[in-house]
Design a protein around this ligand. Sequence first.
Ligand SMILES: Nc1ncnc2c1ncn2[C@@H]1O[C@H](COP(=O)(O)OP(=O)(O)OP(=O)(O)O)[C@@H](O)[C@H]1O
Length: 240
Amino acid sequence: MLSVSGLTKQFDAVVAVDDVDFELRPGEIHGLIGPNGAGKTTTVNLITGELEPTSGTIRFEDDDIVGLSPSAITRRGIGRSFQVVQYFPDMTVREHLHLALRDPTRTVLSSFGSSEDDTDRIESIASRVHLGDRLDVPAKSLSHGEKRFLDIGFVLALDSEVILFDEPAAGLNASETEELKGIIESLRSEYTILLIEHDIELVRAISDRITVLHNGKVLATGTPDEIVANDDVKEVYLGE
Ligand SMILES: Nc1ncnc2c1ncn2[C@@H]1O[C@H](COP(=O)(O)OP(=O)(O)OP(=O)(O)O)[C@@H](O)[C@H]1O
């Protein structure tokens, strides 16, 4: 479905991503973990086209997508959520989802007011992300957790095949994290998911496989049980 091979990104003296290989299998939830500075966000930014690799390939279905613009990659079917949620404070949940359905790149508001009726899709997406009763609330009035769920709703509205979640649990309390877990699990099989997270318990609980990065390199890839039992992972990542 999506595979990266020999992926490398160098910023001056720092090799942020160093000859990384991994593959997302169709329908899986694939965790990407590693200590601060391991190269996780850079990897996501390379896949989405926000950064260009120094070397390596990124294949989506049968195509090498390196060099495509971020909006072209979004249109090809790779959506992402952001570490810092981006939203328009005065726009309601309904208006955000309408915008996502009409303008996936979140840049042009000209399509706004289009006569096509998206009501059913908007309501269905909102209820999937637990915002069914918050449709007419402006984004600035949502709680932090609800803003995160809105961001997920935005990605769902893009009709992506692959979703890259960049630290979706950041700043969530325990009950919001539990809700998030339910939302992501409900997407299993329907989407192929790369989940970057510092909440290791969350990643272990919902990932089919996990890749561990350390200093820009892949330390291990395997099932959650294999990763937990891996001595290299214990040593450099879990500090054991
Ligand atoms: N634009 C940049 N210019 C220079 N160095 C960068 C840039 N972006 C990232 N880096 C460096 O690349 C390395 C990997 O950073 P990255 O943000 O990908 O790590 P991460 O695993 O996502 O970390 P975190 O968990 O803290 O978000 C770090 O050493 C970081 O300082």
